[in-house]
Design a protein around this ligand. Structure first.
Ligand code: SF4
Length: 261
């Protein structure tokens, strides 16, 4: 039986001359294959741990601290390794381990009409517990997406939208597109709606105090990175939850005065 060539893989191999960076992975073309490593590891290969292609699956599962990575496109891929893909088959297998689905999405994203599923279309087809995000207002959906899809949590370039929110700008994240909301974002959206249905607490804050709170949240976001399970949005200190609170507070900031003249 003759194996059919994968058009996505063929397009990727043709898309670069010497090297290409996909999210955090640098792929460098060699005479006998492709070298893969973290893009920040430009050291000679001898200085890095050599991994086989099959080692890349376990590598992508956890952070350096040993925490599970529910989103393989999160910017916390381990460093200090390299792997040689000796054929295009190997290259495809390596990318499947590191970024499942990314090769197909990259290829689809380059088509004249990429198959994008926007937020409303996506949540409206959910069932059971995950119907809750259908209730999000556009404003709350926007804050949730800004929080959950921020580059600090995910390097996929979001192509889908909700009313009032533009897609990502295609340069600040990576070449890997996000063509529809993922399970992590859906879970955060569900949490955001459930929290919004709770009894609100009203507080009056001076604008300067609001700035202090926003600063405190920036610090907390740095400090909780890697400490709380990423997917556990039930935890109030979950980084995506903190980012969502920050979006709520940002929306309260008075607009900056327009310069006179
Ligand atoms: S929905 Fe957001 S968090 Fe999920 S993969 Fe897409 S861009 Fe990343």
């Amino acid at each position: 039986m003759v194996a059919l060539p994968n058009p996505a893989r063929a397009a990727l191999v043709a898309a670069f001359d010497r090297e290409i960076v996909l999210a955090e992975v640098l792929i460098t073309r060699h005479e006998h294959g492709f070298d893969l490593r973290h893009h920040l590891d430009r050291a000679p290969a001898e200085a890095l741990r050599e991994l086989s292609i099959s080692d890349l699956g376990p590598l992508a599962q956890t952070t350096t601290a040993g925490r599970f990575r529910p989103n393989k496109a999160a910017p916390n891929l381990q460093r200090g390794w390299h792997a040689m893909a000796r054929s295009e088959d190997d290259l495809e297998a390596a990318l499947c381990h590191l970024y499942p689905g990314a090769l197909a999405d990259w290829f689809a994203g380059r088509q004249p009409a990429p198959p994008v599923t926007h937020f409303r279309e996506f949540v409206n087809r959910q069932t059971g517990l995950y119907r809750v995000p259908q209730l999000l207002s556009d404003e709350l959906a926007t804050r949730t997406i800004r929080a959950g899809c921020a580059a600090r949590f995910c390097l996929r370039d979001r192509r889908w939208t909700v009313a009032g929110l533009a897609p990502d700008d295609s340069v600040s994240k990576s070449l890997i597109p996000c063509l529809e909301p993922c399970a992590l974002l859906l879970d955060l959206a569900r949490r955001a709606q459930l929290l919004a249905q709770g009894e609100p607490v009203k507080i009056a804050l001076a604008a300067a105090d609001l700035d202090s709170l926003l600063h405190a949240l920036d610090v907390a976001l740095e400090q909780t990175a890697g400490e709380v399970r990423e997917g556990d949005t039930g935890a109030s200190q979950n980084p995506r939850r903190l980012a969502l609170v920050r979006e709520h507070l940002r929306s309260l900031k008075p607009p900056s005065p327009t310069p006179a003249g």
